[in-house]
Design a protein. Structure first.
Length: 240
């Protein structure tokens, strides 16, 4: 028997994230630098702990109609079955079919930042996605129905009092499905997630919010299973 403690391991994961976010917030006077540092904290967490079938990056998303999303802080996408990811001058461009989830990262949660995240997420969900029949050893399987792309916001703090109270619940009530937030983390206070079956948000104050968020995200990704098989020829039509 060892002296390892699972509660200590899980709490230290959160402590590392919250500490890094706090340093990013207090150490840089330049807002874009602070934002980039905070974004990198979340990306590092996801790259380190998500299963290897998933990748995470700051990226734009493109569809086969040639439409692009806004730049997204955190894009979680498939790398196992995606036939191509574009890299251009340090920018990453990912086909819409390959996207599992998108998140906006901010220092603190406000109504402005929440609305901004909703707009960014909508720019991804509004893109066209293809889905082809899947060839297997026992025959062709019908195209996979398009999954809902998860969207959310990741912050260190909240400007509301209480941080995760009725004000947050009221502002999360978004009728447009393309702008809906499914999951979020305020690292210093807790997490929220949409219970799709009940149609309500579960807002949970948590001492170790970053770890709780990671587990909720993985569970949500598991429910999506795999991305659809994209139509490569639909993209190839743009070749000059």
């Amino acid at each position: 028997m060892t002296d390892w403690s699972l509660p200590n391991i899980l709490s230290s994961l959160h402590t590392d994230v919250e500490h890094a976010l706090s340093i990013a917030r207090s150490s840089f006077g330049h807002a874009p630098t602070t934002g980039a540092a905070s974004e990198n904290v979340w990306l590092t967490l996801l790259k380190k702990y998500l299963p290897l079938r998933y990748s995470a990056a700051n990226a734009h998303v493109v569809d086969s109609n040639g439409q692009f999303s806004e730049q997204i802080d955190v894009v979680i996408f498939d790398r196992q079955y995606s036939p191509f990811i574009f890299h251009f001058q340090h920018h990453i461009i990912i086909p819409a079919e390959s996207i599992y989830a998108v998140f906006e990262t901010k220092q603190s949660l406000t109504l402005h930042e929440l609305n901004y995240a909703q707009t960014k997420i909508s720019s991804v969900r509004s893109l066209h996605r293809t889905s082809l029949p899947i060839p297997t050893a026992s025959g062709e399987v019908p195209p996979k129905p398009l999954h809902h792309i998860l969207g959310g916001i990741l912050t260190l703090e909240s400007e509301w009092s209480p941080p995760l109270g009725q004000t947050l619940a009221k502002h999360l009530a978004e009728q447009d499905p393309t702008r809906r937030l499914d999951l979020g983390c305020v690292a210093a206070h807790g997490i929220f997630r949409l219970d799709t079956k009940a149609g309500i948000y579960q807002i949970t104050p948590r001492k170790h919010a970053a770890t709780a968020f990671l587990f909720e995200l993985i569970a949500s990704l598991q429910s999506i299973a795999t991305v659809p098989m994209l139509d490569v020829r639909a993209y190839a039509k743009w070749l000059p």
